[in-house]
Design a protein around this ligand. Structure first.
Ligand SMILES: NC(=O)NCCC[C@H](N)C(=O)O
Length: 417
């Protein structure tokens, strides 16, 4: 096994306490499948220089390791799971079937994949597979309609370049995890891989709770992505409802948390439905107990609602409208005076810094964050507020519109308040 097999209890108890263990996903094969024609459908704004993106990501990972964080990699975790016959069947039953690729093709592909080394299979499941990339002796003639005399062979397995953003496809909230029900089609296949990891990897000992898992259900309007979820401490969870996450999902997660006694209040911010502010963490990330990095033009537009357990209500949840002061509401709930820091590069500069994930930083411990190097103003202002800012190169990784907060899924993090 490529990763530790010890079983421990996991949990994320804050946004800024010491980060002990985190999951990332290195760029690779999936990003080699990005083209100028398909990148927008795949939620990237450009194609990538993949070797350079890998170098930059490796640098990000070493920086976290140097600070004592245990960094797990999704390809490795998935590969471990695929070594387990039930784990491999769980994934292949749901990914390689008649609905996905047709009769005959599915059987042939499955037989090939059953024999494949786990690391290679993990790479295909994340990175994608085009019909003409499969060795010719794998298929009979059933595959011919997919690519014979075609310049545009069909995808058998869709590439998942947004697995780079491990923040979103699952999220730990205190002592449990939610498996995201993702909004855009381009990301909906990611969650199966995470579900397999949490269910079969020996690192997870089955003692954790699951707040939401819509893998095998018709999700309706239940959409939630981890970039919208922040377990900040004191039994409070912040949630964004913007381009993607919906009240349907937020109320279901709140209900699970309240029933387990793992949280007492969910503060939900309704945000504009726009790509630049696709998740709460694109406009609001905590840097220490008191310093918060915000993009004020969006934060000022938020409407704030609180969900609390209340047995006198049908459904067991009471919802209040708390007004429009998100930072003030969060400060009050945590009993601290949050100090907002923002870009002062002017109206145009600040908008560009937000677009380039200037407000999306991940804390490694209270007051120490990782940020993209190109956001000069907001990084300087964070330093002036006493924050240690560790910079990583942004030119390649930033093309997917996600920063260090988006590229990390904390699995173990200490409380602070
Ligand atoms: N938490 C985040 O804001 N994640 C960034 C996700 C970027 C990705 N290209 C997406 O559109 O989903």
């Amino acid at each position: 096994m490529a990763t530790a097999a010890t079983t421990v209890s996991h949990g994320v108890w804050s946004e800024v306490g010491t980060l002990r263990r985190v999951m990332v996903c290195r760029p690779g094969r999936a990003h080699e499948h990005l083209t100028p024609t398909n990148c927008h459908d795949l939620l990237f704004d450009d194609v990538l220089d993949v070797p350079r993106a890998q170098r930059d990501h490796d640098l990000f990972v070493s920086l976290m390791r140097e600070r004592g964080v245990e960094v797990l990699e999704l390809h490795d975790l998935l590969s471990d799971v695929l070594d387990i016959p039930e784990g491999r069947a769980f994934v292949l039953d749901r990914r390689v079937n008649h609905a996905a690729m047709g009769v005959g093709v599915a059987e042939d592909l499955r037989a090939w994949m059953e024999e494949m080394p786990s690391d290679q299979l993990a790479d295909l499941l994340i990175g994608g597979l085009v019909s003409d990339q499969v060795p010719s002796d794998v298929f009979g003639t059933c595959i011919d309609p997919y690519h014979v005399n075609s310049d545009d062979p069909e995808l058998l397995i869709a590439p998942l370049p947004n697995t780079l953003f491990t923040r979103d496809n699952s999220a730990w909230i205190y002592d449990g995890v939610e498996l995201s029900s993702m909004f855009w089609e381009a990301r909906q296949r990611e969650v199966l891989l995470l579900a397999a990891v949490y269910r079969f990897h020996p690192l997870f000992d089955y003692t954790y709770r699951t707040w939401l898992n819509t893998l095998d259900e018709d999700t309706g309007y239940t959409f939630i992505e981890g970039g919208d979820i922040m377990p900040v401490g004191k039994g409070v969870v912040l949630v964004g409802m913007g381009e993607r996450s919906t009240f349907q999902a937020v109320s279901r997660i709140a209900s699970s948390l309240f029933q387990a006694g793992s949280a007492q209040r969910v503060i939900a911010a309704r945000m504009p439905k726009e790509r630049a502010a696709m998740h709460l963490d694109t406009v609001f990330t905590l840097c220490s107990e008191e310093v918060v990095n915000i993009y004020e033009p969006v934060v000022r537009e938020m409407e704030v609602f609180s969900l609390r357990p209340d047995d006198s209500q049908r459904g067991g949840i009471r919802v209040t409208h708390d007004g429009g002061d998100f930072v003030g509401t969060v400060s009050q709930a945590l009993g601290v005076h949050l100090q907002p820091v923002t870009s002062t590069a002017g109206r145009y500069g600040a908008e560009c810094e937000q677009w380039n994930d200037g407000n999306n930083v991940v804390a490694l411990s209270p007051g120490v964050v990782v940020a993209y190097d190109r956001n000069y103003s907001v990084n300087a202002n964070l330093r002036a507020a006493g924050i240690e800012v560790l910079e990583v190169p942004s030119s390649e990784l930033g093309r997917g519109r996600g920063g260090s907060h988006c590229m990390t899924c904390p699995i173990d993090r200490d409380p602070v308040y």
